[in-house]
Design a protein around this ligand. Structure first.
Ligand SMILES: [Zn+2]
Length: 249
């Protein structure tokens, strides 16, 4: 207990977290969906912050051309051929042995989303395609689980916090997912390492707010930033009448 107090003391000293907030973080169960650049930093920060349970999901393996931004992996992980989920479980376990980590070597789809959300309090989006994001969006809306959308490509990033019953969802921004093209991908246009880490840091901050119960301070809309051009905007998002997220509110 003393060790735990000391370990998290610099968070517990914060007015916005405090010992009560730290206890809520300790009791939380979080799903990190995807273990690329965003999933690397979000899972590191959540584990180090003492989130009690992390379910980490990805089907891919670490690759050399992703190491510049996927900071959870090293050259050894690439050469030994472990999956991202298994490599991440080992690394996160060394950082925070008191955190329960469940590694899932799967792609998220309609067949497993229900079980992946089982007993989960919060979902952090670290996915790399819109099709999977909409599968997650629709499931968390139905189950009323908060979801922190994030994306980064080139020097641009987005973050939006979705709290079913209180805020709009992804379909309120993109009502027709078939028209959301994933043409701007890191593999084709690149991604600046620092914008991915910035987006992930904002996502984790949003996660802390939700876990300690301070949803009044979550981002009121979608954060749109270009770190190279020093542009940071919050664009309001209105719920679309008839959207499934409205029906549950
Ligand atoms: Zn909606």
């Amino acid at each position: 207990m003393l060790d735990t107090l000391d370990r998290y003391s610099r968070h517990q000293l914060l007015q916005v977290i405090g010992p009560t907030g730290q206890e809520k973080i300790r009791n939380a169960r979080v799903l990190v969906a995807g273990l690329g650049a965003l999933g690397s930093l979000t899972s590191i920060l959540l584990a180090r912050a003492g989130v009690g349970f992390l379910r980490i999901v990805d089907k891919d393996a670490p690759e050399l051309h992703n190491l510049h931004r996927q900071i959870l992996y090293d050259e050894m992980d690439v050469s030994r051929g472990l999956s991202k989920a298994d490599a991440a479980r080992i690394s996160l376990g060394a950082m925070a042995s008191n955190v329960e980590i469940e590694a899932v070597n799967q792609a998220i789809d309609n067949t497993n989303i229900e079980s992946l959300l089982d007993r989960i309090d919060l979902v952090v989006d670290a996915l790399d395609n819109s099709q999977t994001r909409f599968i997650v969006n629709d499931a968390i809306v139905a189950k009323k689980i908060p979801y922190i959308f994030g994306g980064a490509v080139e020097t641009v990033g987005n973050v939006m916090t979705i709290i079913p019953g209180k805020t709009p969802c992804l379909r309120c921004i993109w009502p027709d997912p078939s028209r959301v093209a994933d043409h701007s991908k890191a593999a084709t246009v690149g991604v600046l390492s620092s914008v991915a880490s910035l987006v992930a840091s904002v996502q984790v901050t949003e996660a802390f707010k939700i876990l300690v119960g301070d949803i009044s301070n979550t981002i009121p809309g979608i954060l749109v930033l270009d770190v190279w051009k020093n542009q940071f905007h919050i664009v309001p998002v209105e719920p679309i009448p008839g959207c499934s997220c409205e029906e549950i509110s």
